[in-house]
Design a protein around this ligand. Structure first.
Ligand code: AHG
Ligand code: MN
Ligand code: MN
Length: 336
């Protein structure tokens, strides 16, 4: 039998890889691992809600049943309070950032951004969902309360990012800027175990992932590129959970697109807690991540917490090909 390496053990072993190797980031990543396990337990039970006699959003004990997004949000916040390493969070579920208290007179050096449940409309039909997170070193003074600028850093400043995929098995994938590693939850021992070391995205792949239902709402250059994907007999896969769709692309190669539409002129996905963390992971795995207007996602200026961005993320050769289509067919000026 191969030796089992748990997430906790791996994080401690790799602590040395981190430029500020003081153990603080290590504790923070462990807090996130604990939250992922708690959310996983609840996601797995989601199908039982009806069987357990929940009616009108009330559970059997008369408590109001919470939406799973909000439950996940609460659990991540609770767990991030554990070690005291995180001085504030920004989440898809909260309009403003939330400062977190220190532990034993220590205030944290990091802020965490996250989407607690991504693709949550999939829950009701038993299809994969995920969690996305990113970690920044705060820019404000450590003795002060955190402020919004701590969260408005460009993606290039991320010190770590990851996602959890609650799928046929539950997987946690993360990077601290030295490669990407994946851990599968073994439910029998309740541990994430190293299952995918140094993940590398293929240069090309057979998949493209886009909501093709919006085809007529896309700009002409994007339509031409999607036509090209179809001409090349690429397989279209679209789950409607960015984590799940990008997970497939990361492992099997391909391209994930969410372009601007008439309804979402700046794209739908959120830069801070969806696009940047996933862009960082894919780049770390050797892929590329740009907007449909050809700017590198990680370099985009961040003006507000819930800012949106268009995305083209995936295998390097395919993102380059998409770029060539945009340059060729776009009437609008492009960015280098
Ligand atoms: P969330 O559930 O966190 O709101 O995110 C849903 C997002 C993303 O995961 C997915 O890729 C996209 O919305 C799907 O949007 P469309 O239904 O417009 O394709
Ligand atoms: Mn989301
Ligand atoms: Mn969400």
């Amino acid at each position: 039998m191969n030796r089992i390496v748990t997430l906790d053990e791996f994080i401690i072993r790799r602590q040395i890889d981190f430029p500020y190797a003081s153990g603080e980031l290590t504790s923070l990543l462990r807090d996130l691992g604990v939250a992922a396990k708690i959310v996983n337990r609840e996601v797995n039970k989601a199908g039982l809600v009806n069987i357990l006699g929940v009616a009108d959003s009330q559970n059997v004990t008369g408590d109001q049943v919470q939406k799973l997004d909000l439950y996940a949000n609460e659990k991540f916040i609770d767990c991030l309070k554990n070690s005291g390493e995180c001085c504030g969070i920004a989440s898809e579920e909260n309009e403003d950032f939330i400062p977190l208290p220190g532990v034993e007179s220590k205030t944290g050096k990091y802020v965490v951004v996250f989407d607690p449940l991504d693709g949550s409309s999939n829950i009701d039909v038993n299809v994969s969902v995920g969690t996305i997170f990113g970690i920044y070193r705060r820019t404000s003074e450590q003795d002060d309360a955190c402020n919004v600028n701590d969260f408005l850093q460009r993606g290039t400043e991320l010190v770590a990012a990851g996602y959890v995929l609650y799928g046929t098995s539950t997987l946690l994938v993360y990077t601290t800027g030295r490669g990407v590693n994946g851990f599968t939850l073994d439910p029998s021992i309740g541990e994430f175990c190293l299952s995918h070391q140094n993940i590398q995205i293929p240069d090309r792949g057979n998949y493209y992932s886009v909501n093709q239902g919006y085809y007529l709402k896309f700009d002409v250059e994007m339509r031409r590129y999607i036509d090209h994907c179809s001409d090349m007999n690429l397989r279209l896969r679209y789950i409607g959970s960015m984590v799940s769709d990008i997970h497939r692309i990361l492992f099997q190669g391909g391209i994930f697109l969410y372009p601007n539409t008439r309804k979402y002129p700046h794209g739908k996905l959120r830069l801070v807690y969806e696009c940047n963390p996933l862009a960082y992971i894919v780049e770390q795995a050797g892929g590329k991540a740009i907007t449909c207007q050809l700017q590198r996602i990680l370099e985009l200026p961040v003006e507000h917490l819930h800012q949106r961005a268009t995305v083209a993320i995936g295998s390097p050769d395919m993102v380059e090909e998409m770029k060539a289509f945009v340059e060729r067919y776009s009437a609008a000026p492009t960015f280098p």
